[in-house]
Design a protein around this ligand. Structure first.
Ligand code: CTP
Length: 407
């Protein structure tokens, strides 16, 4: 199994002064696991909370602290550093840093970099609740958000909660996983809408196979991963049809939803959605349906419980992946496995004739949860993605799809 680095990006992390600075170390770790490279700037106040050594060890690069350090400026000048990045992240973003950025002040490395960068900036504010709610801070944040184009900053958090100072309310820095998700979202957006003009069909959720008019066979798929994939493809500009079994979710913005119940209906709806460039079939399709669905409710009776005769459902994925004029350029299936993920996923890939398999490790609690651990298996190799939210996985998959179709 190879640990490939998918869509690696460069993040410039500015660590401001605040108790939340320790969480930035976790953010660096998550960024690295997600395959991104990080360089850090540590403000004077930030250095009161975390050491340059910890940040250097985690990022694998020297940490920049001052504006006028000759060694730093000869290796990578501060302007170059601000250009090197694909995205600048300020975490924690203190009231002071926010005020400087909102007013164009440049009196240290962090504030100068924020003015000099030609990339988007993401702020993860962290401060006392009174400070956060102060109209001066709110006005600065609104001002920064409202700047045109690239200059408009994005903001993640702050969260509500108990603060280090004992007060309660908004002001806690967003959790590192939420910051990572915001970063991935901005990176995807920065790539533009590379799937514009492409059509995609996505299946999601369980199927419901009727026994009689009131009963049926189904499974515990929540549909979250498939819905997130449909949303991520639409974010990148694709025209998406989401064929979904019964779920509690609402159809994402910009996506056309087709609600179905049984596998045979799902198959027909998928066929109707073709031709498409991309098919991502993530639905947990029931392997069997009841042969001879009763037209009326089956009653209890002296004869004991009924015997259900099952027949096999059509394999929707294998059908879509079969060679022919309607075959999408990229057909992606899912494999839920509790062991031998790569071997089983690879076997499924050839058996079903699809191009990629997203192997899902379901040995931990994946059903209905927001997080997921997956392996992407293609004909050329396999790569494991770190455990991350289903939204982050969806965005990464959508980006990979866009890159593949652009080749
Ligand atoms: N699939 C499908 N139609 C079916 C069954 C499965 O389209 N009738 C698709 C699923 O949407 C998924 C992949 O095929 O993309 C899963 O294949 P499946 O053979 O069902 O494998 P697992 O669910 O992983 O389970 P098992 O290997 O135990 O059968």
């Amino acid at each position: 199994m190879s640990e490939a680095v998918p869509t690696m990006r460069r993040i410039l992390l500015i660590v401001g002064g605040g108790i939340a600075a320790y969480k930035s170390l976790e953010l660096v770790r998550l960024l690295k696991k997600a395959g991104h490279e990080t360089r850090a700037i540590l403000t004077g106040a930030g250095a009161e909370f975390v050491t340059p050594l910890s940040l250097a060890a985690l990022t694998g690069h020297p940490v920049r602290q001052g504006l006028f350090h000759p060694d730093d400026e000869t290796t990578m000048g501060h302007i170059e550093l601000s250009r090197w990045a694909d995205l600048v992240v300020v975490a924690p973003a203190t009231a002071g840093l926010i005020a400087k950025a909102a007013n164009g002040m440049a009196d240290d490395l962090a504030s100068t970099t924020l003015l000099a960068t030609d990339k988007r900036v993401l702020l993860a504010p962290a401060m006392n609740v009174r400070m956060w709610l102060h109209p001066a801070v709110q006005a600065n944040v609104e001002r920064l958000k409202g700047f045109d184009g690239l200059h408009g900053v994005a903001v993640v958090g702050p969260d509500d909660g108990e603060m280090a100072c004992g007060e309660y309310g908004p002001g806690r820095m967003a959790e590192p996983a939420a910051i990572l998700e915001a970063i991935e979202g901005l990176l995807a957006g920065a790539a533009g809408r590379p799937l514009t003009g492409r059509r995609a069909v996505v299946t999601a959720g369980p199927t419901f196979e009727p026994i009689d008019p009131v009963r049926g066979l189904t499974n515990r798929s929540s549909g979250k991963q498939g819905y997130a994939i449909a949303a991520a493809l639409a974010e990148l500009g694709a025209e998406v049809t989401l064929v979904t079994g019964p779920t509690a979710l609402s159809i994402p913005t910009g996506v056309t939803g087709v609600a179905v119940e049984a596998a045979v209906q799902m198959q027909a709806a998928v066929r109707d959605a073709l031709p498409a460039d991309i098919a991502v079939l993530s639905a947990a399709v029931a392997d069997w349906r009841v042969d001879g669905v009763a037209s009326g409710k089956i009653k209890k009776g002296p004869g004991g419980p009924p015997t259900l005769a099952l027949i096999e459902n059509p394999d929707i994925l294998a059908g879509v992946a079969a060679p022919g004029p309607m075959r999408p350029k990229l057909v992606i299936g899912f494999a839920a496995e509790t062991s031998d993920l790569e071997a089983n996923a690879r076997a499924k890939l050839s058996r079903k004739g699809c191009d990629w398999i997203v192997g899902n490790d379901v040995s931990d609690d994946v059903f209905g949860s927001d997080g997921n651990t997956v392996m992407l298996v293609t004909r050329d190799g396999a790569e494991t993605w770190p455990r991350q939210s289903k939204t982050a996985i969806a965005r990464r998959l959508a980006t990979r799809i866009a890159e593949h179709l652009a080749d």
